[in-house]
Design a protein around this ligand. Structure first.
Ligand SMILES: Nc1ncnc2c1ncn2[C@@H]1O[C@H](COP(=O)(O)OP(=O)(O)OP(=O)(O)O)[C@@H](O)[C@H]1O
Length: 369
């Protein structure tokens, strides 16, 4: 039913999507999309509600069929293959455990469905429960477990038959913050031990950054940017990506020379690179709040300003625990947001204080679009 694709001697990707799309009547859930996931990679689909993450995951799982395009699994075309035959594991947000079965039987279920012998089932279930720290819980029913324990059962049931790819749809969405963080560590450790390819869905940026080799950030049924957490944070291609993955100062201006942008309020910025932008083109420049340094203008260290600087006054200071957020109104009227590590001296930036703000050219990034 499926044929190995001619890969011209290249190693096949774990999953390759080619022109895959999904429409429901007039609604386009996913525009034609190309995406390749490497073997052993942890790839996260990140994006706001309705951006197409679950649709993409369901297409890979086979829970829904594509409107256009092809899906290759390890080089073989599985576009029309039924879900059960794909050998892809799924972990869901609501655990999807069978309430009348105990932990052992829930985890054994996929092995029994594959008609494995009883001694193999016992050995594999025991190993899977060991891996998720649930040995001794075999006889409990799901309702006798906490949310975190139920999700561990869901994960054990998925890894028990050693799928080559595991899809996880917001698996920690129902857990509180502390447990989420603990489970993120456990899933990362499992991924490292099992060396399985994982495709993980979340709308939580911190979770995506903490866990992923690469992130596929989605917006309105399309990939907004695909890259490492570093690339998304430090080299976002557009305003949507810059804002979704962190706080940002976005400054509009015109390229006036190589690596130079002039803003409408007369600031000349030295930027990281203007490659791909002709002289005269209008651009948006990103500076992350934590990259801006602020010095009181009466301070003796004023000489330490970096490539880009402007004078202004503190407009607002908010102490939010570990960080302090400061808004500075520059002399041209522009507000720049700054984030610094809090100290007991945070109240030394009262509203009205005259300051100089400065930041490096290497932290001044021109967005591609
Ligand atoms: N069965 C369906 N019929 C009609 N429209 C659908 C269907 N399934 C999804 N959609 C639409 O497709 C778009 C993408 O939905 P999808 O569930 O993939 O988003 P998502 O990014 O996973 O969102 P969330 O984070 O809220 O789960 C949405 O606009 C949604 O309303």
């Amino acid at each position: 039913m499926h044929n190995a694709t001619d890969l011209g001697g290249q190693v096949a990707h774990a999953i390759a999507l080619k022109g895959i799309s999904k429409t429901y009547g007039p609604v386009t859930a996913l525009h034609p999309t190309d995406l390749s996931v490497e073997k052993g990679e942890f790839l996260t689909l990140l994006g706001p509600s309705g951006s197409g993450k679950t649709t993409l995951l369901n297409l890979i799982a086979g829970a829904t069929g594509p409107t256009t395009g092809t899906i290759l699994l390890d080089g073989c075309d599985i576009t029309r293959m039924p879900p059960r035959e794909r050998g892809i594991g799924m972990v869901f947000q609501n655990y999807a455990l069978m309430p009348h079965m105990n932990v052992f039987d829930n985890v054994a279920y996929p092995l029994r469905a594959r008609h494995q012998p009883a001694n193999t089932i016992r050995a594999k279930v025991t190993e899977a429960l060991d891996r998720v720290g649930l040995r001794g819980f075999e006889n409990r029913k799901p309702r006798q477990l906490s949310g975190g324990q139920q999700q561990r059962v869901g994960i054990a049931r998925c890894i028990v038959y050693s799928p080559t790819i595991i899809l996880m749809d917001e698996p920690l969405g129902a857990l509180d913050k502390n447990l989420r963080e603990q489970m993120q560590g456990e899933i990362k450790r499992l991924h490292k031990d099992l060396k399985t390819t994982v495709i993980y869905v979340t709308h939580d940026q911190e979770e995506a950054f903490n866990m992923s080799d690469r992130i596929c950030l989605m917006s309105t049924g399309q990939i907004a940017q695909l890259g490492t957490p570093d690339e998304l944070y430090f080299e976002p291609v557009n305003e949507f990506v810059a804002d979704f993955v962190g706080e940002s100062n976005l400054i509009e201006g015109k390229v006036t020379a190589a690596n130079t942008v002039m803003t409408s309020d007369g600031l000349t910025l030295v930027v990281c690179s203007t490659e791909g932008h002709a002289i005269g083109s209008l651009v948006k420049v990103l500076v992350r709040p934590e990259k801006i340094e602020m010095i009181g203008r009466s301070a003796p260290t004023v000489t330490s300003v970096r490539d880009n600087a402007c004078a202004g006054t503190v407009a607002q200071t908010s102490f939010v625990g570990g960080m302090t957020r400061i808004a500075v109104r520059c002399d041209g009227g522009r507000i720049l947001r700054i984030k610094t590590v809090s100290s007991r001296a945070s109240d030394c930036a009262p509203a009205g204080l005259p300051v100089t703000v400065s930041w490096a050219a290497s932290d001044t990034v021109v967005l591609k679009s």
